[in-house]
Design a binder for this molecule. Structure first.
Ligand SMILES: [Zn+2]
Length: 274
């Protein structure tokens, strides 16, 4: 046997393995550090350590180059807030950490669904090709064949891999939810709108759509969505949240198959807890 190629193969396989292995964080457990009078700004700092605020706190950079206005929570109609929100308005509704679907009965209670375009295009990507180049396939054999393409930016693929591993460790049968999944990356707009979906940045995944439930399929009109008949187990929701993924089942405009990497929303919810 030729020793050198074997050594090379071993080295290469180790390199690949270490590129996949990573240090995942549990955002429901990390220490909360207050640095300013604004829980929302502190949540952004903790979730994305590369973020920087101007000294007056009015502008924010998430990539060291582009500066965004933080803005304020305006008194505008909910539709306008959804369409063209400020960064501050992303925190207008506090995400419920309890597995409680009563708050979503309030019209437009959509914590995490309000997204400022500049925030995401700076934190992630402004165009499809760069988003595609960052993708990694994440799966866990303990959950069936489902595979999700997500971005490696901001540790998203690492966090998802850890969440799936934690779910597989529970030894419960989650396989129906991971069958015929909706998937991860997809450069597209949110259904019926001009806004880019978080799937475009590779930060969102959809489980089995048949078990998820989506408000538009119920025939409801915006702001007038009725009861949500949930089938997603609490253990899946809590585990995903722990690793930084919020769940669309808690929204007034519910999207029960949808999980989205938004650690700042989880941290903010912890800070705002009475
Ligand atoms: Zn989705």
């Amino acid at each position: 046997m030729n020793f050198l190629p074997l050594a090379l193969v071993l080295w290469l396989s180790l390199t690949v393995a270490s590129a996949v292995a990573c240090e995942a964080m549990r955002f429901t457990e990390i220490p909360i550090v207050r640095m300013s009078a604004s829980p929302a700004k502190d949540a952004v700092r903790l979730a994305y350590p590369q973020s920087r605020f101007s000294t007056d706190g009015r502008t924010l950079t998430l990539d060291g180059q582009h500066w965004l206005d933080w803005g304020e929570v305006r008194s505008v109609v909910p539709e306008e807030m959804l369409e063209t929100p400020t960064v501050a308005e992303q925190f207008r509704y506090i995400y419920p950490l309890e597995f409680d679907l009563r708050q979503r009965e309030e019209a437009f209670f959509d914590p995490g669904r309000i997204r400022n375009h500049g925030f995401f295009s700076t934190l992630y990507f402004a165009e499809e090709a760069s988003s595609r180049r960052s993708l990694v396939s994440v799966r866990h054999e303990g959950l069936g064949n489902a595979s999700f393409q997500v971005t490696s930016r901001n540790n998203v693929s690492c966090q998802l891999a850890a969440a799936l591993a934690a779910l597989a460790d529970m030894k419960q049968d989650f396989s129906p939810f991971f069958r015929e999944v909706g998937g991860g990356f997809f450069w597209r707009k949110v259904s019926g709108t001009d806004r880019l979906s978080p799937h475009s940045f590779g930060i969102a995944i959809d489980l089995n759509p048949r078990l998820g439930g989506y408000w538009l399929w119920s025939g409801a009109r915006p702001g007038k969505v009725g009861r949500y008949d949930n089938h997603i187990p609490e253990a899946i929701v809590r585990t995903m949240e722990s690793f930084g993924f919020i769940w669309g089942g808690k929204w007034h405009h519910y999207d029960g198959m949808h999980f989205e990497y938004r650690p700042e929303i989880i941290i903010h919810a912890r800070m705002m807890k009475p």
